[in-house]
Design a protein around this ligand. Sequence first.
Ligand SMILES: Nc1ncnc2c1ncn2[C@@H]1O[C@H](COP(=O)(O)OP(=O)(O)O)[C@@H](O)[C@H]1O
Ligand SMILES: [Mg+2]
Length: 253
Amino acid sequence: MARRTKIYEGNAKILYEGPEPGTIVQYFKDDTASIGSGKQAVIEGKGVLNNRLSEFFMTGLNSIGVPTHFIKRLNMREQLIRQAEIVPLEIVVRNYAAGSFSKRLGIEESMQLPRPIVEYHYKNNELGNPLVTEEHIAAFGWAGQQDMEDILSLSLRVNDFMSGVMMAVGIRLLDFKIEVGRVYDGDFQRLIIADEISPDSCRLWDMETGQKLDKDVFRRDPGALADAYTEVARRLGVMPKTSTPMMKPTLIN
Ligand SMILES: Nc1ncnc2c1ncn2[C@@H]1O[C@H](COP(=O)(O)OP(=O)(O)O)[C@@H](O)[C@H]1O
Ligand SMILES: [Mg+2]
């Protein structure tokens, strides 16, 4: 591929200028970091899996009328996305207590919440993405009142979709994080789902065994991460076609 202009390199992805204005090529890296534990590693194949899985979820969301940045997958590690002005929030939707929520409120991990709880975290890695309230968001102008209403309804629609898709393959969606961004169609402005939806940004447990199938695996056992992600992809029927089996000649009658 021709030389491209790099726009940004984060921990999990690299953004390049897209072929047309208003588009970006998103490259999924194999790198993983766990902010809490300070661990860092390269998990071979993780980027390929996340590229496929994010495509799968975003395509599904688009098809039920939840707008996302996804345009098309380009290859094993890259997808074309619509450029958006990212709202500097990590929007977390929780169905079951886990992680920082359990610690902060002293609620046992895996306890089902009375209803989905939507949390806002200020997107800033150095500060550890701190929890903020709508007061902070309004005062700093990160999002307006209409944006907040749209963010809430988008988040809950993503939650219902993701919970259902996961339940169908025996996986419990405890919580997940999304990012949203603004796009402009002429004078009309709206919010779309951006970034990625993958086991890096969801907390997933096997419904029967309680086995963890997400980034928490890495916090305990980095080596097992790719296996967990492969299992999620396999159950959803989203396996990367790296090892296409040889077609056997078939006799027709
Ligand atoms: N559609 C989009 N338009 C513009 N920026 C995006 C879009 N989707 C995701 N991003 C940004 O791209 C970056 C992805 O890189 P990532 O490795 O996740 O970095 P980070 O460490 O900042 O989370 C994030 O900063 C995210 O906000
Ligand atoms: Mg990120």
